[in-house]
Design a protein around this ligand. Structure first.
Ligand SMILES: C[S@@+](CC[C@H](N)C(=O)[O-])C[C@H]1O[C@@H](n2cnc3c(N)ncnc32)[C@H](O)[C@@H]1O
Length: 211
């Protein structure tokens, strides 16, 4: 994955970002050494930011689209109050299995509920509203996940979408994935239901607040 900042700046930022929990450090290391596509894991900076946003917004019910090995799910759930809940959706059994094992080991893991399946089918069937949503699954479905997430968010709720810059390709999209991400960024910019902010953290984070 091409990052927006030079590699050494990314490393410096990581070194100056406090780790969230030893189990998350272990999960990152395990994923890097033993799971295919470890670059999909969001990592310390995004995890810290998600954790902070969940905490500051006072979210109690969180939805995540795209679990992978569970890093961002655990980072967000760590900030949830007693009785809080995080629902995360993953379609690949091998990744879901790793995530589940780490959810089981985390002292706060009971707050996480993993739904196996295709998020395109799972999201329309979800009930109730959410305070916070993190979108981080297949990029070509981002326009659909955005619409579903705004529908599911309560007023005042926050949506964060990862890879919003897609290594800078959104500036001049040439394939289906970059076109889908650029389309979603544009939709948020013009969407009268939300306020939007595009952060150049890691590969870009689109943050929107539902009015
Ligand atoms: C970038 S990774 C998620 C990384 C994770 N949020 C983290 O920070 O560690 C994307 C994940 O979405 C999953 N995924 C892709 N398309 C999906 C779909 N349609 N429904 C559910 N999960 C999907 C992939 O299998 C992959 O595990």
């Amino acid at each position: 994955m091409a990052l927006v900042c030079p590699e050494e700046v990314e490393r410096y930022a990581r070194e100056h970002t406090a780790p969230l929990h030893p189990l998350l450090e272990e999960l990152e290391e395990f994923t890097k050494n033993s799971v295919p596509l470890p670059q999909m894991l969001s990592g310390r900076a995004v995890g810290r930011l998600l954790n902070l946003l969940v905490s500051l917004s006072g979210a109690r019910r969180v939805l995540e689209v795209g679990t992978y090995t569970g890093y961002s799910a655990l980072a967000m759930a760590l900030a949830l109050p007693e009785g809080g809940e995080l629902i995360t959706v993953e379609k690949e059994e091998a990744f879901a299995k790793v995530a589940e094992e780490f959810f089981r080991r985390a002292p706060w893991g009971k707050k996480v509920k993993l739904l196996r399946g295709d998020a395109r089918e799972v999201l329309p069937a979800l009930e109730g509203s959410f305070d916070f949503v993190f979108i981080d699954a297949d990029k070509s479905s981002y326009p659909f996940y955005y619409e579903e997430s705004v529908r599911l968010l309560r007023s005042g709720g926050i949506l964060v979408m990862d890879n919003a810059l897609w290594g800078g390709e959104v500036l001049s999209p040439k394939d289906g994935r970059s076109r889908a991400i650029a389309k979603t960024n544009e939709r948020a910019r013009k969407d009268p239901r939300v306020e939007s902010l595009l952060l150049t953290v890691r590969d870009g984070l689109l943050v929107v607040r539902k009015l």
